[in-house]
Design a protein around this ligand. Structure first.
Ligand code: SF4
Length: 184
C-alpha cells in the first residue's frame, strides 16, 4: 500500500468504502494525508434498518470529529440486495462463501461509485478486522478505471489503534458483523 501511495503522487482522489466507523478510524488516519477522500457507506448486508442508520450516523459523527473535509455518501438501504446476492449460502460459517459474496458485492459497488465520481483509486476498510481475510478481500478488488488500493489495515497494530480511537471518539461498536446470520 505504501509503495502505491508513494508512486501515486499528490492530489489523487480515493473512494474509501467504509463498513462502520470503528473500522474507518485507522484507515482515515493512514489515508487522509495522502488523498482527497470520498467516503462511501454501502452495506446492504446490515440487519436491520435501525442498525444501518446507527452505523451510518456514527460514521458522519467520526468524520466531523476528525475535522475531515471528505465527502460522505450514505447509500440508500436495501437489505434485499444482500439477501438476493447470498441466496443459497445463508448457512455458511462466518468467513466462508457467504462472506466472500458479501465482500464482493460491496467492492463491486465501491468500484462503480469510484469510477462514476472520477476517483483515481478505491479501497475498503474491510481489511481492518482480524476476523476478515485481507488476502481474499484484496483478490476480490478489481482494477477498473479507478485502481484498487490493496490494504491490510490490521497490520502495524491497526486493529489496536482502531480500538483506541473508537474509545477516544466514543464510537458505537457493534457486537456482530452485520447480517442476521452473523447475529445468530
Ligand atoms: S458475517 Fe459479515 S461479512 Fe459475512 S455475510 Fe454476514 S455481514 Fe457479510
Amino acid at each position: 500500500m505504501q509503495q502505491i501511495i508513494r508512486k501515486a503522487g499528490p492530489n489523487k482522489k480515493l473512494l474509501l468504502h467504509v463498513c462502520c466507523a470503528p473500522c474507518a478510524t485507522t484507515a482515515l488516519e493512514r489515508l487522509s494525508e495522502d488523498f482527497e477522500l470520498v467516503i462511501d457507506f454501502y452495506n446492504p448486508n446490515i440487519y436491520s434498518r435501525d442498525e444501518y442508520e446507527k452505523r451510518g450516523n456514527e460514521l458522519k459523527k467520526l468524520v466531523e470529529q476528525l475535522g475531515l473535509k471528505a465527502q460522505v455518501i450514505i447509500e440508500d438501504y436495501d437489505h434485499s440486495e444482500f439477501l438476493d446476492y447470498v441466496s443459497g449460502f445463508e448457512g455458511e460459517p462466518e468467513g466462508g462463501l457467504r462472506c466472500a459474496l458479501c465482500y464482493n458485492q460491496r467492492l463491486k459497488r465501491a468500484k462503480e461509485r469510484a469510477e462514476e465520481l472520477g476517483c483515481d483509486y478505491y479501497a475498503t476498510t474491510l481489511t481492518l478486522s482480524p476476523l476478515k481475510n485481507s488476502q481474499m478481500i484484496n483478490i476480490l478488488g478489481r482494477d477498473g478505471k479507478a485502481l484498487y488500493l490493496p490494504t491490510d489495515f490490521k497490520k502495524r497494530d491497526g486493529f489496536l489503534r482502531s480500538t483506541e480511537l473508537s474509545k477516544k471518539y466514543n464510537l458505537y461498536r457493534q457486537d456482530y458483523c452485520g447480517c442476521e446470520f452473523s447475529r445468530r
